[in-house]
Write a protein of this length. Structure first.
Length: 114
């Protein structure tokens, strides 16, 4: 329960965000959540109740981040699984990640989260 409360607080402060996929009947089918700092979206978890629903949410996240800063934004998925690699994910060496991170966090949040 402490993790839920912490994420609710982060959301209230404008840091934590979720992207959901819903069925036509209004049922939650899947989604993802994480923390956004500037141009970084650090994904915490993806989930699905329906087939490919988390993939749909990930595609929507990419759309939300597709603005004039799209080439500099970073989605940190924590683990580069074969599934995420099939969706375009790629591993970045730690030194390169840390160097990019310094620049990425200085970008503005996407308009939808400002």
């Amino acid at each position: 329960m402490q993790v839920i409360a912490a994420y609710q607080r982060l959301h209230d402060l404008g840091w934590a965000h979720s992207v959901e996929a819903w069925t036509v009947d209004g049922e939650l089918a899947g989604g993802l959540y994480g923390v956004a700092v500037g141009g970084l979206f650090a994904g915490e978890s993806m989930f699905h109740r329906g087939r490919d629903a988390s993939k749909v949410a990930l595609v929507r996240l990419v759309e939300l981040l597709s603005d004039e800063h799209v080439g500099n934004r970073l989605i940190d998925v924590q683990w580069c699984t074969p599934h995420l690699m099939s969706l375009g994910g790629q591993e970045i060496p730690r030194a390169a990640y840390l160097a990019r991170l310094e620049q990425v966090v200085e970008l503005p949040l996407p308009a939808v989260w400002r």
